[in-house]
Design a protein around this ligand. Structure first.
Ligand SMILES: Nc1ncnc2c1ncn2[C@@H]1O[C@H](COP(=O)(O)OP(=O)(O)OP(=O)(O)O)[C@@H](O)[C@H]1O
Ligand SMILES: Nc1nc2c(ncn2[C@H]2C[C@H](O)[C@@H](COP(=O)(O)OP(=O)(O)O)O2)c(=O)[nH]1
Length: 479
């Protein structure tokens, strides 16, 4: 086969490097900034952008009906995250901008802005240094689907969209009590958020457009638009009920905007399952292989296959098995390397269990460039493991595995001929569990972002926890 048509061998260290250094997100953010800023000198711009290293600044949109608390929450988030609050009012109030001046004239006359003008105002604002450095929070923008699409054509995409919701009756009633501090622009409420200082109380004003009729009209318009806006933001929308105290809305909003979304970077799971004998590693590995196509790499099985194939490593391993002594780690690593370098492991990812069993083996594997990007420790109490393993039997005729409690043999005839693996004796199990727990603390320390799961539950419940741990991004490491 012509080398140029052969499937490109992707060395395993490439995807590993990309994941470890968030290369995909880095390039994606830089491309977005290039589109937004359209610098005359892209190279210099990219150098400055990369040196700024501010890919995780807030990029938030807060939508919601009138009186739902968008501005209140946007202001509080802006202060807490030290980011910029952008609303229609703040955009048209911008000084030394001819665009803002013409927008002000239009807004004073019609209390609204043409879509294109609003989007150009937004683009002008987002290009400013403070928005690039500290991110932005859009308060009530976009108001229509057309605006949402125009904003997207600028290359502006929010990372988090919050949609506040509350019954119309609550909002109409609530808006009547809205008050604004003309000096600071702070928003208060005669019932829910009254300032303690009498000086502020005395200068509060009743804002325009909060009458029942006006609020009802704006509610109608909002409901008509919001259903057409949301499809522009699949997977990044969080609806928060605004019919609760502001502070509760704020903390739910803050928690959400501080979550890291699953990146759409290509991700090849390289999963390591650790746990004592009988904790469910093989079962979970089989489920992962079945559902996600990962290659199931059971170290013990691999060594037996190497011996069965009479490979050069198999002949090295044979004596250790015969003497029932531990196979040297470097020999195991050679067999493992041979398997993990195969195309299926590189392309589809793998789920490894039964190795490494201690820190030295973990260091050896790491030094050879095999770095799992998800590590799980399955915790199962001693009694449960004893129950799982000592009742295990195998049918010498069919090779079928049974469990006297969970999967009893169908006939007395089979029951009579079942054999128990000597390794499943209580004494053997205790020794193997002690061996695991002797090394587990060091392994845990080596794999700093390992996830510990309660393995003593239904296999499919355990599997759901593992799936969630694989699909969701690991929490950012606190430096
Ligand atoms: N969760 C809440 N509970 C009670 N009152 C609230 C809550 N959130 C905001 N308010 C009050 O409701 C009024 C409207 O709040 P705010 O102006 O932030 O809403 P908004 O969605 O920005 O409204 P608009 O779209 O009309 O500007 C204010 O007086 C505010 O103090
Ligand atoms: N209740 C329960 N039993 C489980 C679970 N996972 C595996 N088992 C049972 C099946 C086997 O009889 C026994 C050992 O499972 P295994 O997957 O071979 O364990 P391991 O030695 O590979 O870690 O425990 C599980 O998640 N829940």
């Amino acid at each position: 086969m012509d080398a140029t048509t052969a499937p490109h061998r992707i060395p395993p260290e490439m995807p590993q490097y990309g994941e470890a250094n968030h290369v995909f997100e880095l390039m994606q953010n830089m491309l977005e900034q290039l589109l937004i800023q359209q610098p005359k000198d892209p190279i210099t711009f990219m150098i400055e952008h990369l040196q700024r290293d501010n890919d995780y600044v807030p990029k938030i949109v807060i939508l919601g009906p009138p009186a739902s608390g968008k501005t209140t929450i946007a202001m509080w988030l802006g202060k807490h995250l030290n980011s910029n609050l952008l609303s229609v009012e703040s955009l048209i109030a911008k000084e030394y901008s001819s665009l803002a001046a013409s927008a002000r004239t239009h807004y004073q006359k019609f209390q609204t802005l043409p879509n294109m003008l609003l989007v150009r105002l937004l683009q002008e604002r987002l290009r400013e240094e403070d928005c690039v450095r500290r991110g932005w929070i859009l308060d009530g923008i976009p108001e229509t689907r057309e605006q949402a699409l125009l904003i997207q054509t600028l290359g502006v995409s929010p990372r988090h969209v919050i949609v506040l919701s509350a019954p119309d009756t609550v909002l109409i009633e609530r808006n009547l009590g809205k008050r604004i501090d003309p000096q600071t622009g702070e928003i208060y409420h005669t019932t829910f958020d009254w300032p303690p200082e009498s000086e502020i109380q005395n200068r509060l004003i009743v804002p325009a457009g909060i009458s029942e009729g006006e609020t009802a009209r704006r509610l109608l318009e909002y409901h008509r638009n919001i259903v057409r806006i949301l499809p522009s933001y699949p997977k990044i929308v969080k609806v928060i009920t605004a019919d609760q105290p502001c502070v509760d809305v704020f903390y739910q909003a803050l928690t959400y905007v501080q979550t890291i979304h699953r990146s759409n970077a290509p991700f090849t799971p390289r999963v390591l399952l650790c746990g004592p004998v009988g904790s469910g590693k093989s079962r979970q590995a089989a489920l992962l292989a079945q559902k996600y196509g990962l290659v199931n790499v059971c170290c013990g099985q691999l060594l037996k296959e190497a011996m069965a194939d009479k490979s050069k490593y198999g002949e090295m391993i044979q004596p250790f098995f015969e003497k029932e002594t531990a196979v040297p780690s470097y020999v195991i690593m050679k067999v493992l390397k041979q398997r993990l370098d195969q195309q299926d492991c590189v392309e589809r990812g793998w789920v490894l269990h039964d190795f490494p069993r201690d820190r030295d083996q973990a260091c050896l594997m790491d030094s050879m460039g095999y770095k799992p990007n998800r590590v799980f420790f399955l915790n199962v109490p001693y009694d449960s493991i004893i129950e799982r393993l000592t009742l295990r039997r195998t049918d010498p005729v069919t090779g079928e595995r049974y469990h006297l409690m969970y999967k009893p043999p169908p006939t007395m005839e089979i029951q009579a001929r079942l054999l128990q693996n000597p390794k499943d004796s209580e004494e053997q199990i205790r020794l193997r569990m002690e061996q695991f727990y002797r090394n587990s603390a060091e392994l845990h320390e080596f794999y700093g972002q390992a996830i510990t799961l309660n393995g003593d539950q239904d296999p499919y419940t355990v599997f759901e926890y593992i799936e969630s741990g694989i699909i969701n991004p690991l929490p950012k490491k606190v430096p």
